[in-house]
Design a protein around this ligand. Structure first.
Ligand code: 5GP
Length: 139
């Protein structure tokens, strides 16, 4: 398996070298908004320690991420009055992964509304507002 690249975008976000819209953080995980949102409220949960994806993550990294996914998914459902949540995780290029630091996509979903196409930059003011809405719904 390819080694972890310390210069991947999410590692830079964790080091504060690239800005991000924070939703939630604790000692082990960080949740922030995706800047090319495929749904309103599309956010990402990552471990603060390095690993590429599901194939090299430790049980402790996965457990910490899942605890945060659960918290944020429930808050996002409330914040967007969503009917459901889609959770996505892609591992390695063949699996659809583009950024090689483990991450889980959280999408609030509404009945009959498909995900938008990937790779389209969002409006930063709107995304900032969505981060605040999810953060406010966290208990
Ligand atoms: P993957 O295909 O690796 O699961 O998804 C990577 C995600 O990272 C994509 O949804 C993409 O929109 C998002 N992304 C790429 N560059 C940046 C960035 O600089 N900041 C943030 N917040 N998200 C990014």
């Amino acid at each position: 398996m390819t080694a972890y690249d310390t210069d991947n975008i999410f590692a830079k976000i964790l080091r504060g070298e690239i800005p991000s819209f924070t939703v939630y953080e604790d000692d082990e995980t960080y949740c922030f908004m995706d800047i090319m949102p495929r749904s309103d409220g599309h956010c990402l949960v990552i471990p603060k320690t390095p690993c590429r994806n599901i194939l090299d993550a430790t049980p402790a990294q996965l457990a910490a991420c899942m605890a945060t996914v659960s918290k944020v998914a429930n808050a996002a459902k409330v914040a967007f009055n969503a009917d459901g949540i889609t959770l996505q995780q892609f591992s390695e290029a063949a699996g659809g992964q583009e950024v090689f630091h483990l991450h889980f996509h959280i999408h609030p979903r509404h009945d009959g509304l498909p995900l938008r196409p990937a790779g389209v930059m969002g409006d930063m003011e709107v995304i900032k507002g969505h981060a605040a809405a999810i953060a406010a719904a966290l208990t």
